[in-house]
Design a protein around this ligand. Structure first.
Ligand code: 13P
Ligand code: SF4
Length: 372
């Protein structure tokens, strides 16, 4: 026994030791259990609660914070996340927080963004293989070639990219502010076209919201590209009352058939403020699970796709990350300086009054997208 956590004796021989669900753990985690008990089974809670209690203690001892993305499972998101939200919200929080250690409960590009914004802090990611199909779709050398091909045009880069790519960029954006950033940078540079990379579908969906022409790259989110227009038609037929909310990384036909499009923060905001009777979130699976905890008046229909990268993060590896200070995310000093300028330009823009909505009414104009 140590710290009030007993090793579970009947499972002591297992290669992965588990912490026991002691009365102390039960009492410590009881308020959280009351919030989550309609969403996590009692059996699962016996496994999660000891780790949640242990992680929350370790965090306090070490002066660490956990930044948890909306796609983390509810045990992580509600159990140990100090700051939760979308990519933009987490980047803003990394810049603002005064903790010595940041544990990024998300994917590698998010941890790099935190490191770029806070080079003096230790940034840990629980699994180094938590990547992203968008981040791996483009390299810094690709961006240099794009700039040679389109001299004089600003490069707007989605945060779902490596620090090396951000270092070649004029300004970053997320799905919550992409239209605002594209219009701002076009005004500032006095141009009517911008380069918006690497997500082809985000670029196409942004182009429908603005008269600025967009030059795009053929990167895809492997989670959102799998939704099809036929999926949405089938959902509409099966659940005629349901409001369908889609992420802007989805193909344009999906957006056209959905009732609303926005970042993960915008979807969260929509459900909590408008309280639809039935809702479908066309995005990663954990999103609906997390929103459902607070949206008690809404019924969720849950066709979703899992992100294999986000799902590499677990309570177990968050605990190990904190215990052993691993895996530390490092970025070369010169890359930090250049990438930081691009991320900071985005952070310094006034936050949108409400998280961005991709308004279909605005989409009725000629859309100018060049795909590289
Ligand atoms: P946002 O949280 O910025 O909407 O991004 C979604 C995403 O896919 C992050 O990987
Ligand atoms: Fe990347 Fe898509 Fe996974 Fe987000 S959901 S981390 S964009 S692969």
């Amino acid at each position: 026994m140590h710290d009030g956590f007993a090793m579970d004796t009947d499972r002591a021989a297992s290669p992965e030791p588990v912490f026991a669900f002691t009365p102390e753990v039960e009492a410590e985690t009881a308020p959280l259990w009351r919030r989550l008990k309609s969403h996590i089974t009692p059996l699962e809670w016996r496994a999660h609660a000891p780790l949640i209690a242990k992680i929350n203690r370790l965090k306090r001892q070490k002066g660490a914070v956990i930044l948890a993305h909306n796609y983390m499972t509810p045990d992580i998101f509600h159990g140990v996340g100090d700051y939760v939200g979308d990519s933009l919200g987490l980047a803003r929080e990394a810049a603002r927080c005064d903790a010595k250690i940041i544990v990024q409960a998300g994917v590698h590009f998010m941890a790099e963004t935190s490191k770029v914004l806070c080079p003096e802090k230790t940034v840990l990611i629980p699994d180094l293989l938590a990547g992203c199909s968008l981040a791996s779709s483009i390299t810094a050398a690709d961006v240099r070639l794009i700039k040679q091909r389109h001299p004089g045009l600003p490069v707007v880069t989605y945060v779902n990219t490596t620090a090396d790519v951000k270092a070649e960029t004029d300004v970053c954006c997320t799905s919550a502010n992409a239209v605002q950033v594209v219009e701002h940078v076009a005004r500032e540079w006095g141009v009517d076209r911008v380069i918006l990379i690497p997500d082809e579908f985000l670029a196409r969906n942004v182009a429908r919201q603005t008269h600025i022409g967009v030059i795009a790259w053929k990167g895809r989110c492997e989670v959102h590209e799998r939704f099809t227009g036929q999926d949405i038609l089938d959902l509409r037929a099966a659940y005629p009352q349901a409001e369908i909310l889609a992420h802007p990384e989805c193909p344009t036909e999906v957006i056209e058939l959905s009732h609303f499009t926005g970042s993960t923060a915008a979807m969260n905001d929509y459900v909590l403020t408008r309280k639809p009777r039935q809702v479908v979130l066309i995005t990663e699976c954990s999103m609906a699970d997390n929103v459902a905890v607070d949206a008690v008046e809404t019924e969720f229909v849950r066709p979703c796709n899992l992100c294999p990268h986000m799902k590499r993060i677990s309570l177990r590896n968050i605990y190990e990350a904190l215990l052993h200070d691993r895996y530390e995310v490092t970025v070369e000093a010169d890359v930090i300086v250049r990438a930081r300028a691009a991320v900071q330009r985005m952070i310094d823009m006034p936050p949108p009054s409400t998280p961005a909505r991709y308004d279909l009414v605005k989409a009725r104009h000629h859309v100018d997208v060049e795909l590289i």
